[in-house]
Design a binder for this molecule. Sequence first.
Ligand code: ZN
Length: 269
Amino acid sequence: MMGPSHALSGAAVWLGGSWALEYFANYHQTPLELAVGTAVCAGGALLPDLDLSGRVTAGKGGATVANTFGRVSLFVAEVVEKFSLTVYNLTKMKRDPDRHNGHRTLTHTLPFALGMGALTTWACGAGGKWAVIGILFLMLGLAVRGLLHTWAERAGWIPVTIVSAGAGYATYLYLPAGRGYPLLGIAVGVGCIVHLLGDVITSAGVPILWPVPTGRRLWRMIGAPETFAIAAGGKVETVVLRSAFFIICLAAAFGLAGPTILEQFDIRI
Ligand SMILES: [Zn+2]
């Protein structure tokens, strides 16, 4: 799937999950917690594609995530791709094919998703104020790039950077440390997992079983069979799936905020 669909699927899963928690487990979140969790999960759903490198000097290519902060993020993508390829080459087993590119390897595994979530929570706790602001800035930047992709692409990386820095700082001022910081880690981890599921329905697949070896392969790509697979950027993805994710977002947001709004206007149904 492409970046904007990944981001929207992350938002849909977070909002839908929050609605389910509210109604079935009575777990209440403030509007700010909901908004931040949704944005961070949408941003996290772009992270795994940081292994798709472009051309740093030309400032072109790469996935949505690699273009968020201009050449800086393109450079990071270059490093992540090469590092992933190195890990692949060092760990591959007899039946794993030769690769010349690290895309859809290390960052497309469950340990990566869990690791990113744990790292985020740890950094927020141990790194203090500037670590939290930095993480919010990065994740909100990805969310803006993914969810508002038409605007972000037209505007370029400078306005995206300014908007996410402002939003990151403002969020830090109001987000409670006790519940807000673990929430950030969970949102990043869930976002990465949602990304993997989005790639599993394509025919290329992802090494979702890693690091469990199967039939002398450590990096077995698990994907949908050709007949059912979603073509990246095709109509099913850009129209059907994106509309479905959007409707889930709207329905969950209404389910979460609706009762409070009705109450405020003293409407009973
Ligand atoms: Zn991917």
